[in-house]
Write a protein that binds this ligand. Structure first.
Ligand SMILES: Cc1cc2nc3c(=O)[nH]c(=O)nc-3n(C[C@H](O)[C@H](O)[C@H](O)COP(=O)(O)OP(=O)(O)OC[C@H]3O[C@@H](n4cnc5c(N)ncnc54)[C@H](O)[C@@H]3O)c2cc1C
Length: 385
């Protein structure tokens, strides 16, 4: 598709076509961390890409970041998801640390050493409701202690640090949350659930009992409600939808190759599958147009905290997530109809099983019904179009 490619995106495609492609099937089959892919990205300074230049990072734009996620999604969706999740945590820190010395230093360290940061928002109890916490920060002088029973932390065992949400204090209500960056040396993870799933198998998102201690300066002062609405959700929804639509693009590319191969077999005759391909391409264009529009919308208001806190923006970002996670499996399903048995088999160059399984993860990664439930409440009070 005709989106402008930055140098970052071009390099992401190069790494994708070589390293990610070489390991994707093994990562999926063994449900293992895509180490070679993340190492290759690290070697080219991709983990610090979104950190501002003054903190030693790449200073890339949201368009660059989402472009990279879109590229990675075309080769290995698990790698793309690990990458996106990391960047969401970086974005939350860099956009909300408000000059705090610890975070300025930590972001510099992330950029210099290409640290990988994970996220622990989901909790047993509140489950997928990331805006409620049951666990709480316990203060002891300058130290905070936190225990969190998490059903899922993607690449938890591989991370150098985890951004963990909780109640701000033991006396806070469940909605008064804070995000704390806890370094690997400061926490232990006791595995409670194995990650053996339909798709996104390489994210290694096991369940853990998280136990950590940190200095109080490692707690972001900005309320998590603000961090979530202005950064975590929009960065998540623009990076995730970019990588999910990358899955769809690769599925359609396989369908195109299939139809071309059919056409070569009978020159001068348009294969019957070409009609289905045209239909599939139509859905893909809808999907990509929606994703690009969502990215442009976030870019437009990124530095306008009033607009970012508005109902209209929240509804738009929620819709971006829901529609993309509905359209991505649809496109992959259509591509499968084009390729037929060659797509259904796991060992052909047209195989689409992994794409289909990975694509279905999106709808539950913050359940679509939960998001539509939020929008249905917002729409009761939102007056504009
Ligand atoms: C690949 C992958 C990686 C992930 N990585 C992480 C990670 O690194 N860190 C992390 O913290 N989490 C992570 N998650 C968890 C994720 O973000 C969701 O929070 C989690 O998948 C939700 O789990 P659930 O379906 O049990 O919970 P719920 O959201 O509680 O949903 C359970 C069911 O109840 C329904 N439901 C619940 N509430 C409502 C409502 N209000 N209205 C209508 N229906 C409702 C849902 O539709 C769903 O059918 C990951 C998930 C996936 C798939």
């Amino acid at each position: 598709m005709a989106e402008q490619a930055s140098a970052w995106v071009t390099l992401a495609h190069k790494i994708g076509a070589s390293v990610l492609t070489a390991h994707v099937d093994d990562v999926d089959r063994a449900s293992r961390f895509p180490r070679e892919s993340i190492d290759a990205l690290r070697a080219e300074k991709f983990l610090g890409l979104f950190i501002p230049k003054e903190l030693g990072g790449g200073g890339a734009s949201l368009a660059d970041l989402t472009g990279v996620c879109h590229a990675l999604g075309q080769y290995c969706a698990s790698t793309g998801m690990v990458y996106a999740m990391h960047q969401i945590q970086i974005a939350c820190m860099m956009r909300h640390y408000k000059g705090a010395e610890f975070f300025a230093g930590y972001l510099r360290e992330c950029a210099k050493d290409e640290l990988l940061i994970a996220s622990a928002t989901t909790e047993l109890g509140p489950q997928g409701n990331t805006r409620m916490s049951s666990c709480a920060l316990e203060y002891d002088g300058d130290e905070v202690k936190l225990e969190k029973n998490t059903p899922v932390i993607s690449y938890g065992l591989e991370a150098d640090g985890i951004l963990v949400t909780s109640r701000r204090t033991v006396d806070s209500p469940p909605s008064d949350q804070a995000a704390t960056l806890v370094k690997k040396s400061q926490y232990t993870l006791e595995k409670t659930m194995e990650w053996d799933t339909l798709g996104m198998r390489g994210t290694c998102s096991h369940g853990f009992m998280f136990r950590g201690k940190a200095h109080k300066s490692q707690v972001l002062a900005t309320p998590f409600a603000e961090v979530s609405q202005q950064t975590m959700l929009p960065v998540a929804h623009t990076t995730w939808t970019s990588l999910w639509s990358g899955i769809a693009v690769d599925a359609v590319n396989r369908a195109r190759a299939f139809v071309r191969a059919e056409a070569r077999r009978q020159p001068g005759v348009t294969p019957p599958s070409a009609l289905r391909l045209a239909e599939t391409m139509n859905t893909l264009h809808l999907l990509r147009a929606n994703v690009m529009d969502g990215i442009r919308e976030y870019e437009r208001v990124m530095d306008d905290s009033e607009a970012l806190s508005g109902l209209g923006f929240a509804i738009r970002m929620n819709n971006l997530k829901v529609s993309t996670t509905q359209l991505t499996p649809q496109v992959v399903g259509q591509a499968l109809a084009v390729c037929g048995i060659a797509g259904y088999k796991s060992n052909t160059k047209f195989s689409l099983g992994r794409h289909l399984r990975d694509a279905h993860g999106g709808a539950l990664m913050v359940a679509n019904d939960r998001i539509l439930g939020t929008n249905s409440n917002l729409l009761l009070v939102y007056k504009d179009e």
